[in-house]
Write a protein that binds this ligand. Structure first.
Ligand code: AKB
Length: 324
């Protein structure tokens, strides 16, 4: 049986990835780790869960020796907006953490998944149909660490034969675990505010178009890529993957189909707006489609329909818990 280790398993992507992989491969096969034990009891107790600081080599060695994983999904990282307020910490966690996990993969002969991002691109990258291989001069610390991470993963593959693979994620929309410190987080917050208060104040401009993806597609992409035939992979570490692009105004209009009196206004945060302006509007994901069969299931309409239902259920449950 293959064993899978996930870092950052309490985070927005890691928590859902852990649940899906446990359902697919069995609870004991998937070891969740995070610097803090998650508050979600099901996540903590449905399979092994260890407290792990990705900057602590001794802790990594202990976990690797105890569980002997075959595959690592390295999800622990600081996101773009928080990375601009804490650039030193972003460098340490994003680069130091990746280096430590790549070294663990080399020593214990595992494969490793690395999540890059649209943040690896910069203002001089072509914005529309952003090619797979193109000019990349990111201007955020997050972007610098994502681009360097892509290169480091390529290096470990070429130099040491470590089976490293990865994608460039767009903004991710999900309801289970909130994102924190990202530039694209508005696309999650808007649903909770629309359902709770019927209004939302957006920190990005109304016409700011960005690539986005619904979490089930993101999880599918990670697992499909890690299970793809290695002989078909030409790019390996930094596949553009794309599902939908929208502006805050377009998203608000789609939400108004379900909540007609929902109102949005704009109080633009110059820091996050500048980051968003340096990212692509829509990536070309032909390489992912042809090398490992990438094909998303959700467009904006399907994602919004499901988010309205799931966030609605969550807000109701949270309200009931407060009453009891
Ligand atoms: C962020 O906004 O920082 C992330 C990303 C696009 O990588 N969601």
């Amino acid at each position: 049986m293959n064993k899978i280790l996930i870092t950052g398993a309490g985070g927005q992507i890691g928590s859902e990835l852990t649940s899906v992989l446990r359902r697919k491969y069995g609870d004991d096969a998937v070891i969740g780790t995070d610097i803090r034990m998650p508050t979600d009891q099901a996540l903590r107790e449905s399979g092994p869960f260890e407290s792990l600081d990705v900057l602590d080599e001794h802790q990594i060695t202990r976990v690797m020796q105890q569980y002997k994983p075959d595959v690592i999904y390295h999800m622990a990282a600081l996101l773009s907006a928080v990375g601009e307020t804490k650039p030193h910490q972003a460098w340490q966690i994003n680069m130091g953490g990746l280096y430590n996990l790549l070294e663990a993969a080399r020593q214990y002969k595992c494969s490793l998944f690395f999540p890059s991002s649209i943040g690896a691109f910069g203002p001089s990258t072509p914005k529309n149909d952003t090619p797979q291989d193109t000019i990349m001069r990111p201007e955020t610390m997050y972007g610098v660490t994502k681009l360097a991470g892509e290169l480091l993963c390529d290096y470990y593959f070429k130099r040491f034969g470590i089976d490293t693979r990865g994608v460039r994620f767009p903004g991710l929309v999900s309801y289970a675990t909130e994102p924190g410190g990202g530039t694209t987080d508005y696309a999650v917050e808007i649903f909770f505010e629309a359902i709770k208060h019927k209004k939302y104040s957006c920190y990005l401009r109304n016409d700011c178009s960005l690539d986005m993806m619904y979490m089930p597609d993101a999880i599918k992409a990670m697992i499909d890529l890690m299970e793809a035939d290695p002989n078909r992979l030409i790019h390996r570490n930094a596949f553009n993957i794309c599902a939908m692009s929208f502006t805050p105004e377009q998203l608000a209009r789609e939400i108004q189909k379900y909540i007609p009196d929902f109102l949005i206004d704009y109080k633009v945060d110059p820091v996050r707006q500048e980051i968003a302006d340096s990212w692509p509007d829509s990536m070309d994901d032909t390489a992912a489609r042809s090398e490992w069969g990438w094909n998303p299931d959700y467009d904006m309409a399907a994602m919004v329909a499901e988010m309205i239902e799931k966030v609605g259920d969550k807000v109701t449950t949270m309200g009931q818990k407060r009453i009891h």
